[in-house]
Design a protein around this ligand. Structure first.
Ligand code: NI
Length: 138
């Protein structure tokens, strides 16, 4: 565990008021915890910007009756098998499926994988969450 350091921040009244409103809304108990999370978010964003080894989660919603699309999504995932940690398929209703794909690898490569899945013809919705291996965060 690293040593705890205290430091002061100067900022405009109005900005601090808005920040406090936000952290109250998000149920933080103090400013320090909110600032720590902002710093961690910034560090994760940097991992992605610098093409580091990262982790992500893709969600896809599509109609499984479009057989060509099902095959296309499967082919793309096999092309990136080294990047795929897991894939979960949920039958939402008679027509719609939700697929949750956990991925890892270089940021650019998994961004490319997401781009291919998202642009497959017939995908109703594609979501992407950028996250981290957690190795460089304390
Ligand atoms: Ni299904």
């Amino acid at each position: 565990m690293s040593k705890l350091v205290r430091f002061g921040i100067s900022l405009e009244n109005e900005l601090l008021f808005k920040f406090d409103e936000n952290i109250k809304r998000k149920k933080y108990t103090n400013r320090s915890e909110a600032i720590r999370d902002l710093i961690r978010e910034d560090l994760v964003k940097r991992e992605w910007d610098e093409n580091k080894n990262v982790v992500g989660v893709i969600t896809l919603v599509y109609n499984h009756h479009k057989r060509e699309l099902v095959n296309t999504l499967m082919d793309i995932q096999h092309d990136y098998h080294d990047n795929i940690l897991s894939s979960q398929h949920l039958h939402l209703d008679h027509d719609n499926c939700l697929e949750i794909v956990a991925i890892k690898g270089r940021a650019k490569q998994i961004g490319e994988l997401f781009g291919k899945l998202k642009s497959a013809k017939g995908v109703k919705y594609a979501g992407f969450t950028e996250t981290t291996t957690g190795r460089d965060l304390s």
